[in-house]
Design a protein around this ligand. Structure first.
Ligand code: GDP
Ligand code: GDP
Length: 474
């Protein structure tokens, strides 16, 4: 599970600026789900090798009727979902009544919160910071989100308690081990030097893991109302419908062990339990954080789309998130029942148009309600999992790399031909291929894409993204 950091504060204090800085390398999931999470943005962020989720809230105006007003409710929800709250204030404005309102709320609830005074560039940072001690939330951290000043120190500070709560996030240092090929032989590079596996690389443990014997964790995700609950119930069999009513926060998915064709699965049910008689059921059961955590925890993500609705940006964003997380993906277009041939053709055309970025994922047309197509999903799920966890040795990967470069020479970079030396596996789930050579990091995107596609075809990888990384030989 990834830690969750929420940014709260008045509008204009610089929350979006900080959000963009933290999530720079990845696309934000703008969660604009009707009636639910409007005005909240979710992003995947990295700090010093640690991953976390960051939520940006629309902000609390000074003029709403108390902290309970509609807009403020969004911020409260985000605070609720977060492990750590970064409470942002504008160092140039001093304390405003809205700041006081938020501070009061944060003092009342028992959640780790840090006051972050933004925009300290070009002003006397110390005296500006000192003003905000009055908020009664302890230390004040001065930053300039627009320029990055102080952000590093802030993260260091707020990550300490997070790391205590998530000990598995800690990176354990490992002695470098020589890389071995599929026959167990130590790998040497062109100059006769021993090649070392990346420290902490999962490949070192990979060979000891029997992936087929492990339960396959399958997360079922999608927008509200696409049919996730119906599908989960269909998969489990009608008799097992909603017997559990587990307490838990909105962040928790339900984990359901099940067996199918002699294989153990754990269904990660993000739709959650249906509580009868609840008017706000939809609102209750859907949570972006829940979905993101489920993606993170899964081996394979089943993305459910609704054939009766046009594919929305939210659909694509959710798929994009699974892709960024390196998860295997199977797409289920649900509610395929009762559509005319014309409608079906039109939907397929639209899918072709918009799902190009996940062209490795199998697409199934199903009816969760009637059960058609549901069984076949599992073939693709299995296939994707097998692709994601397959073992490929250094010599085979290097051979594939050589075939690729023979068919299509790497381009010249500043007048010199880029030299690819060897390739080895850098991890699984998703498969990572690491290519070493001279000037390889300067390869143009088009050639990198060519290599990724070449490896995908040669390895017969289906349903899983594949990552190719480049390392300069020294
Ligand atoms: P939000 O409404 O809280 O999300 O605030 P924004 O991120 O949209 O920022 C509001 C304004 O403050 C924008 O004009 C930003 O360019 C500006 N701003 C954000 N961070 C800084 C900073 O570190 N220094 C200065 N001087 N301006 C900033
Ligand atoms: P969730 O919010 O994603 O869990 O969606 P639900 O499973 O609650 O389904 C939302 C609505 O779509 C319900 O009224 C379902 O009966 C309906 N639904 C689900 N699957 C299908 C399907 O395959 N065909 C049709 N026609 N309706 C479906």
């Amino acid at each position: 599970m990834l830690p969750v950091v929420a940014l709260v504060g008045r509008p204009n204090v610089g929350k979006s600026t900080l959000f963009n800085r933290l999530t720079r390398t990845r696309d934000a999931l703008v969660a604009d789900f009707p009636g639910l999470t409007r005005d909240r943005k979710y992003g995947q962020a990295n700090y010093d090798g640690y991953q976390f989720i960051v939520i940006d809230t629309a902000g609390v105006h000074g003029d709403e009727e108390g902290i309970d007003a509609e807009m403020a409710a969004q911020s409260l929800r985000a605070i609720d979902e977060a492990d750590v709250v970064l409470f942002m204030v504008d160092a140039r404005d001093g304390i405003t009544p809205a700041d006081q309102g938020i501070a009061q709320h944060l003092r009342r609830i028992n959640k780790k919160a840090y006051v972050v005074a933004n925009k300290i560039d070009g002003i006397d940072a110390n005296s500006a910071q000192a003003d905000f001690f009055e908020l009664g939330l302890g230390n004040v951290y001065g930053i300039a989100a627009a320029h990055g000043r102080g952000v590093e120190q802030l993260l260091q500070k707020c990550f300490n308690p997070l790391l205590e709560a998530y000990p598995e996030l800690k990176i354990t240092e490992q002695e470098p081990e020589p890389l071995r090929d599929e026959d167990g032989e130590i790998v040497y590079d062109a100059e006769g030097e021993i090649v070392y596996a990346e420290p902490g690389s999962p490949e070192l443990e990979h060979d000891q893991i029997d992936y087929e014997a492990l339960p396959l964790k399958l997360a079922i995700i999608g927008r509200p109302n696409v049919g996730k609950s119906t599908l989960t119930n269909r998969i489990l069999g009608e008799e097992r419908v909603v017997v559990y009513d587990m307490p838990g926060t909105t962040r928790d998915s339900v984990y359901i062990p099940m067996q199918r064709d002699d294989r153990e699965y754990i269904l990660i049910d993000t739709a959650g339990v249906r509580r009868r008689g609840r008017i706000d059921e939809t609102v209750e059961k859907f949570s972006v954080i829940k979905t993101l955590q489920a993606i993170e925890d899964a081996n394979v993500v089943l993305c459910v789309l609704d054939a009766r609705e046009t594919i929305s940006d939210q659909d694509l964003n959710l798929i994009g998130f699974a892709l960024n997380a390196g998860r295997s993906i199977v797409i289920a277009v649900n509610k395929w029942d009762g559509l005319s041939q014309d409608q079906r053709d039109e939907i397929k055309r639209e899918l072709d148009r918009r799902l190009g970025f996940v062209d490795f994922a199998r697409v199934h047309f199903i009816s969760a309600l009637h059960g058609s197509g549901v069984g076949n999903l599992f073939e693709s799920v299995q296939e994707a999992y097998a692709s994601a966890t397959q073992r490929v040795g250094t010599s085979k990967l290097t051979r594939i790399m050589e075939m690729a470069t023979e068919e299509h020479q790497p381009p010249l970079v500043s007048g010199r031909r880029v030299k690819l030396k060897y390739a080895h596996a850098g991890g699984y789930n998703p498969p990572r291929v690491i290519i070493h050579g001279n000037q390889v990091t300067k390869l143009p995107n088009s050639y990198q894409r060519y290599l990724i596609n070449y490896f995908r075809k040669a390895l017969g990888v289906m349903g899983t993204p594949i990552k190719v990384e480049f390392r300069e030989s020294v």
